[in-house]
Design a protein around this ligand. Structure first.
Ligand SMILES: *[C@@H]1O[C@H](CO)[C@@H](O)[C@H](O)[C@H]1NC(C)=O
Length: 419
């Protein structure tokens, strides 16, 4: 008892180091959250924006249902029929051609897949409407069997040719993983969790720039490419990895797939560390990670969000101050009507934009939710540390009173797992 408590106390001290970091950023006000969310809901209108919006709203407003919740599998509860996600799901179905192979019509192969989780939640919340399930199955079959792939099996982001975009990491693998995690047949579960991991591994093989310190190119292969280090692309990639990590970590196969968790966390950390090397004095990141590129607060918000998310699964204490500086600037870049200012054009990733970027609005909500959850996590560690201290004190007292009767117990090594 004595030595096992000592092990716990030492382990808790080691785990404390990221948490002991003061949080520099303050969260958004409730009024800001509401106006940012409203702009997101009002302005999202293309496939990946709806998928991004659902992801952001889940993280912000339904944290127990999002993959960042403690126990999101099986799906813990239905969504209200009048929630944004259910209304959006119904709208997508109303607009969908009857024989469509995808959830939404799109030249992009990957982007409509970002709405697959929306379909699964809608089907769960309103199984009487069979359109959700049927759209999901069509979309799954399409992405698995109809979309062209590279020779090594990376699923193209485009329908018409093989072309890989970092964006796809957010749109496709988290949906495969989610479908896997809600399966009761463990063989099917394993198939889709591993498929999600494999797609990320292949995308990393193709997009990680060998001439940089962990940065990714944006688009490779096909009739044109964008080999620049697009900031938002790093957000799509790292966020996709962390969502897949969380999905696997909460699935029935978490122990068997611990090797995949280790890779996903290391890959995301590599991206996040490489990106913050390029943070500017005001806390922002350029649209591309080079000195002459205009400021993009959309990608900046996304990278802050993934950094806080990463802070819950691995020690990125040296990176949290970067996220804090970025988040502070994000907060100060939100106009009175809720729009994030100084963003890249979401429909042309090389130009600045003065209108609302729906994905940028989503990244701000994700950043707020990630900061909130990271803050709660650090407080949780403080709680468990004081619990450990009282257990420690009791163990010392017990060991003292038992000293003569059970001397060998104090020397026995009892390893304790902290998680
Ligand atoms: C849709 O919901 C029904 C009823 O809960 C369930 O049996 C079915 O497996 C669900 N379909 C999908 C694709 O999740």
């Amino acid at each position: 008892m004595f030595s096992s408590s000592l092990t716990v106390a030492v382990a808790a001290f080691c785990a404390l180091s990221p948490a002991a970091q003061a949080l520099l950023a303050e969260g958004l006000t409730t009024a800001q959250v509401n106006s940012v969310r409203q702009q997101l809901m009002d302005r999202a209108h293309v496939s990946w924006e709806y998928g991004t919006a659902t992801t952001a709203v889940l993280e912000m407003d339904y944290p127990d249902i999002s993959v960042y919740g403690w126990a999101p599998f099986p799906i813990p509860r239905p969504l209200d029929q009048d929630s944004y996600i259910m209304r959006n799901a119904a709208k997508l179905m109303d607009e969908r051609p009857k024989d469509s192979k995808t959830i939404m019509e799109d030249g992009a192969a990957g982007d409509p897949m970002s709405n697959a989780i929306t379909m699964l939640l809608a089907n769960y919340s309103n199984p009487a409407d069979t359109r959700f399930q049927s759209a999901f199955y069509s979309q799954l079959g399409f992405i698995e069997y109809d979309v062209p792939q590279t020779g090594d099996g990376a699923i193209s982001h485009r329908v018409s040719e093989v072309q890989l975009w970092a964006d796809s990491c957010f749109m496709v693998p988290p949906s495969f993983a989610y479908w896997g995690a809600i399966q009761t047949d463990l063989e099917v579960q394993r198939k889709y969790l591993v498929k999600a991991y494999e797609q990320l591994r292949l995308y990393r093989d193709h997009l990680r720039d060998p001439n940089s310190n962990g940065l990714w190119m944006h688009v490779v292969m096909g009739t044109w490419s964008d080999v620049g280090h697009w900031t938002t692309g790093h957000g799509w990639a790292a966020s996709g990895m962390i969502r897949v990590y969380q999905t696997i970590a909460k699935s029935a196969l978490r122990d068997e797939l611990s090797w995949a968790l280790a890779d996903l966390s290391a890959w995301a950390q590599e991206i996040v560390g490489a990106v913050w090397d390029h943070q500017r004095a005001d806390g922002s990141l350029g649209n591309y990670l080079r000195d002459d590129s205009f400021t993009d607060m959309s990608g900046t918000a996304f990278m802050a969000a993934v950094t806080y998310r990463l802070g819950v699964i691995t020690d990125v204490s040296t990176l949290i101050p970067h996220a804090d500086r970025a988040f502070t600037l994000v907060k100060n870049s939100i106009a009175a009507d809720g729009r994030l200012q100084n963003v890249v054009n979401p429909y042309d990733f090389t130009t600045p934009y003065s209108d609302v970027s729906p994905e940028g609005q989503g990244f701000v909500l994700m950043c707020q939710a990630a900061w909130r959850d990271y803050t709660a996590f650090t407080n949780g560690i403080h709680h468990s540390l004081s619990d450990v201290f009282s257990a420690f004190a009791k163990a010392i007292a017990a060991a003292k009173s038992n000293e003569d009767s059970t001397p060998t117990k104090r020397r026995r090594h009892v390893p304790v797992q902290m998680h």
